[in-house]
Design a protein. Structure first.
Lengths: 222, 222
DNA sequence: CTGTATCCGTGTTGATACTG
DNA sequence: CAGTATCAACACGGATACAG
């Protein structure tokens, strides 16, 4: 095939990182795998604009680099899934740092599509331990972007967000990743989103409201 | 011209970062500007393989995004230089995190060319405050990759590396960025590099030797 | 139904030559 | 020195066809 990959002739670690994950779509494919194994079609559906052949190439390249592994689920599922290797998982700080930096961009357009993986990673990135501390906040908030279910746990140790059973949570936010993000990052009041029918808030509404204030965005640059 | 820039239709911060700095060469151009203003030809000379037209396009794009600014030095210099804006400067953690992650790659080839900016940023990235603490190390080490002069200061507060006057330093390492990196990251003994005539160690050799141990590389993945 | 391979129009990249 | 012009090679994205 193409043994003549276009590489940077540069010993710098950053340049090598770009050789590995600098091609178009590569980091976003990795983003979609950060929360666990996914199937080809699910990845493709979460990345508006990627074409099947490009996704195939990226998965091959990331596999060859030792960043992604493919696996067959045992019968009766018997489907092929892609997952990050342990080293691939360690790339999450790259996504976080890039996201935090870009949040200061004056050109950012928050009205574009927003995947579930983006939502969860953005919350991990933007969580303010200081604010949670100042509020003395402690809760388990269920995040329910269909068909997934995550539980965010805020404690003095910090924030964790994992797939899990939402029953027993202090409060719940059900709706598309875009709608949940509108409430948390966009500051849109629950009532506005509920009256449009795109968000359902359950349980302790005050706790849910406080939760949405724990992820402040940095000021715009320029 | 390019009113149809190829963007990701994705509200995720990481995706927006890729819209801004995800094009080929963009991050490496920024790396070359991290230590201060540079001229077009100097940037081009530090990036093996980039062509003039692509460098022009990247500088234009980064300027339009508010990441890079162009400036004319006053007479008698009267040359045009490019520099990072304050927000552009804040992208250094992106380079660090990518470099640290890629250092674990089994495919990394340390024999490729290595720019002065790469050397300084890699030292800032890989510095181990724990080791300096454990050694009780405190010194000013001059790094002299011609035609530049940097002073690295190790103190209980951490490491700083700035352009500066090398006189009065505890020790000095003079040679190409590649040679200095061979001593620090590659673990090559001073004597081997000196006998090849590619490195000159001055001042307190023991302090210089200890200094080279403060930048440990992480273990390889896979 | 889930992926993979092939073709094709278009835009991006890279090398050389050239201009102010 | 600091770019621009030109052109060839490649990568991307879309559609479609194919394989398990």
């Amino acid at each position: 095939m193409e043994r003549t990959k276009r590489r940077y002739l540069d010993a710098c670690g950053t340049a090598h990182a770009l050789d590995l994950i600098g091609e178009r779509w590569a980091l976003l494919v990795m983003r979609e795998l950060m929360l666990g194994p996914r199937r080809f079609s699910d990845i493709k559906a979460s990345l508006p604009g990627i074409s099947a052949n490009v996704l195939t190439q990226r998965l091959e390249g990331l596999e060859a680099a030792g960043i992604v592994a493919r696996r067959e689920l045992p019968p009766p599922a018997s489907v092929r899934v892609y997952e990050l290797t342990p080293w691939g998982l360690e790339a999450e700080p790259i996504l976080s740092v890039m996201g935090r930096w870009a949040a200061r961009s004056p050109l950012h357009d928050p009205t574009l599509p927003f995947s579930t993986a983006s939502l969860v990673l953005s919350l991990r990135t933007m969580f303010s331990a200081e604010r949670a501390e100042a509020e003395g906040f402690r809760a388990r908030i269920a995040l329910l972007p269909p068909p997934d279910a995550f539980v965010a746990e805020v404690s003095p140790e910090g924030l964790t967000i994992e797939r899990g059973d939402p029953s027993g949570a202090t409060a719940s936010l059900a709706g598309s990743a875009e709608s949940i993000a509108a409430a948390i990052h966009g500051g849109v009041p629950f009532e506005a989103l509920e009256s449009e029918g795109v968000l359902a808030v359950g349980g302790d509404r005050a706790a849910a409201a406080t939760f949405t204030t724990l992820f402040p965005l940095p000021p715009k640059a320029g």
